[in-house]
Design a binder for this molecule. Structure first.
Ligand SMILES: CC(C)(COP(=O)(O)OP(=O)(O)OC[C@H]1O[C@@H](n2cnc3c(N)ncnc32)[C@H](O)[C@@H]1OP(=O)(O)O)[C@@H](O)C(=O)NCCC(=O)NCCS
Length: 196
């Protein structure tokens, strides 16, 4: 099934994740180096194909936005991203992002897709604050988050443990007022009317 250009950036676009995308998530999350960086599904679990179907279902059931990241130039799916743990009463959520194809990393696609995801969160879901946590050794992710505007707000000591190795994590957040919309606000016509 072709991907749809729901939110369009300069290098990527976001298309809603559907059940058929589970096969790609299964493949990407079977790369232990990738999921070690992401601390994501498939790291501790066996990571079966069914697990990723259930994973997608769990986001849809909670109405947590989950998108495939598609390369704008080639229309190839390269990763996925989502807002999860949405706390509506506090207008907050957490970010998850993964570029599953390692050779597509480090060329600006992750930050481009992340801006689109945040645009969805801040300007369509009316979130006010988005946060994330990543391992201190995940320096490319930290650099990506800094480029998008995330601020360092602290660390969690020995947040992860693998064998005898304990690793601290970095906590970061971004507020709606600190974010410039790349797509949604320009698309709906610049300044908001304030009628709703
Ligand atoms: C994190 C991730 C989504 C970022 O996507 P990306 O396409 O690599 O991001 P970008 O290219 O926009 O930004 C990465 C930046 O880190 C830099 N970088 C790459 N390798 C680096 C390294 N080893 N150390 C420091 N910076 C590094 C890149 O040069 C780039 O910065 P620049 O634009 O100033 O040159 C992607 O790397 C990824 O999927 N990693 C594996 C899964 C993961 O860690 N997910 C996040 C879990 S919290």
């Amino acid at each position: 099934m072709p991907y749809v250009r729901k939110l369009i950036g300069s290098k990527t676009y976001l298309s809603p994740v559907i059940h058929e995308d589970a096969a790609l998530l299964y493949r990407w999350h079977s790369n232990l180096e990738t999921v070690f960086l992401a601390q994501g599904p498939g790291l501790r679990s066996s990571g079966t194909a069914q697990e990723f179907k259930d994973f997608i279902d769990s986001f849809h059931k909670k109405v947590w936005p989950m998108f495939m990241i598609v390369d704008l130039a080639s229309d190839e799916p390269i990763g996925w991203c989502a807002l999860w743990n949405i706390k509506a009463a506090r207008s907050q959520a957490e970010v998850a992002i993964l570029i599953g194809e390692p050779d597509r990393r480090g060329q600006g696609r992750g930050s481009d897709a992340l801006r689109l995801l945040l645009d969805h969160g801040f300007n369509l879901r009316n979130l006010n604050r988005v946060e994330l946590e990543t391992a201190v050794h995940n320096t490319s992710a930290i650099r990506c988050y800094e480029k998008v505007g995330f601020k360092h707000i602290g660390t969690r000591r020995q947040a992860y443990i693998h064998g005898q190795k304990k690793t601290d994590s970095v906590l970061m957040d971004l507020l709606a007022e600190e974010f410039d919309s790349p797509f949604v606000i320009p698309m709906i016509g610049g300044a908001q009317s304030g009628t709703e």
